[in-house]
Design a binder for this molecule. Structure first.
Ligand SMILES: Cc1cc2nc3c(=O)[nH]c(=O)nc-3n(C[C@H](O)[C@H](O)[C@H](O)COP(=O)(O)OP(=O)(O)OC[C@H]3O[C@@H](n4cnc5c(N)ncnc54)[C@H](O)[C@@H]3O)c2cc1C
Length: 396
């Protein structure tokens, strides 16, 4: 059977936050772009994300506003515009879970608030909050508490908004081969090679999947995986958004969502998630629940259920194996490999990639969709919907 031939200015492979943001940005600037994903959209990292639009504070706890803190701060400002419909990517349909987070620790802050405000080039400096103005769930916490202008979104609703806007341009299929051409690349897809796309630019935005794809494309960008073991707690809980810190370390980061039955699920990361990958599931649940209980002594966890899951962060390889400082986009001929590093950085990444794609577009093809090939595009579930492993009761 001969393969159906399609041409496009750009083909994006992978429909997490990076791929969908790039698609939205390219289409908005008049580029004929298409996207293909082998799985439900956002499988992997984006639907596991805590959805915090980090304003840079977390990266600056060590005492100076490095490039990554400043970049995150700029990106967070861009998000504020987009959530109001501006800056080119209209995100008014995205569910905003909160427009502020809290930062606290059990010992005294002793000048940390001043340090954060004074030393950081952040757009919104954290504000110390008097005891009577704190939320109920922070009542048992001794020492200062700061309020941060840090928004938290539901990452799946973000994917939904972008995917619905461009539904005709998104296809579910697996990539079989990527062949470099003089002015672009040819990508073969489908189990039996039913379709072939010729594109001036091919963007590899498949998270973990980039390892295989970049090898197929002979671009072989070295990748690292940094696993996390996230904790989930559900029950009759308050909605909590914030970070409990210990020096420069984030002990726990808690975000929340309300479930259909009215209960609340806490999604907990931070240092416990880094430590948890060296533990088995039950050891981690004991440790994670104890950390949460100590971070929030005023909250009753009795009667709650706890679960956990492991997920890999996919990134370009660094010399020391730590988080790369900024979003990554590397071109090799017409193939560009991208990793946003953080969800909050995806719009900056998309703008940078878009500028390059526009320069490289040879055809300016009218491609505006997959036509009859399109079917079966679905959205990945949140971890508490699909990965509630070994539920256990809370410890108190
Ligand atoms: C637990 C956790 C919490 C996080 N919290 C935050 C946070 O609060 N704030 C923040 O800014 N960042 C956060 N991050 C980071 C952020 O989620 C990621 O940087 C971002 O989601 C990565 O997006 P992505 O599109 O590159 O990859 P992914 O979301 O992994 O998407 C990759 C896509 O590619 C598809 N794919 C894979 N292989 C192929 C293939 N062969 N062909 C076609 N498609 C393929 C997948 O199906 C998927 O749809 C968090 C990450 C984790 C793991």
């Amino acid at each position: 059977m001969s393969a159906a031939q399609i041409s496009a200015d750009a083909l994006i492979i992978g429909g997490g936050v990076a791929g969908l943001f790039i698609l939205d940005t390219l289409v908005d600037s008049g580029v004929g772009a298409l996207l293909v994903d082998a799985h439900p959209l956002g499988s992997g990292q984006t639907t596991s994300s805590q959805g915090i639009l980090h304003a840079g504070v977390k990266y600056a706890l060590a005492g100076s506003a490095g490039d990554d803190a400043v970049e995150a701060s700029e990106a967070a400002a861009l998000w504020s515009e987009m959530l109001c419909g501006g800056a080119g990517n209209d995100l008014r349909g995205v569910r905003v879970l909160t427009d502020h987070c809290w930062l606290w620790r059990s010992a005294s802050w002793a000048g940390v608030a001043g340090m954060l405000g004074a030393r950081l080039a952040l757009r919104t400096a954290p504000v110390a909050v008097a005891e009577q103005e704190r939320p109920e769930w922070l009542r048992g916490v001794k020492g200062d508490v700061l309020k941060l202008g840090e928004t938290v979104i539901d990452p799946r609703s973000l994917l939904q908004v972008l995917a619905e806007r461009h539904s005709a341009r998104i296809l579910r299929s697996d990539v079989q081969a990527i062949e470099r051409l003089a002015n672009g690349a040819s990508v073969t897809m489908g189990g039996t090679g039913e379709y072939r796309v010729r594109a001036s630019s091919v963007i590899l935005a498949a998270g973990n999947g980039n390892e295989r794809l970049s090898a197929l494309a002979d671009a072989a960008e070295p990748m690292q995986r940094r696993p996390l073991r996230q904790l989930m707690i559900r029950g009759s809980l308050p909605l909590v958004f914030g970070h409990c810190i210990d020096g420069a370390r984030t002990r726990v980061t808690i975000t929340s969502d309300r479930l259909a039955d009215g209960s609340v699920v806490w999604h907990v990361g931070g240092q416990i998630a880094e430590d948890g990958v060296r533990m088995d599931a039950s050891e981690f649940l004991r440790y994670g629940l104890a950390e949460v209980a100590s971070a929030l002594p005023g909250v009753e966890l009795g009667g709650c259920e706890a679960g956990e899951y492991v997920v890999d962060r996919a990134e370009p390889r660094t010399k020391d194996g730590r988080r790369p400082p900024r979003a990554f986009a590397q071109w090799s001929g017409s193939i560009c490999t991208v990793w946003p590093i953080k969800l909050v950085l995806a719009p900056l990444l998309a703008k940078a990639v878009c500028a390059q794609v526009r320069e490289r577009s040879v055809v300016r093809s009218p491609s505006n969709g997959w036509g009859d090939l399109r079917d079966g595009v679905t959205m990945a579930q949140r971890p508490w919907e699909s990965r509630w492993n070994s539920p256990q009761m809370g410890t108190r």
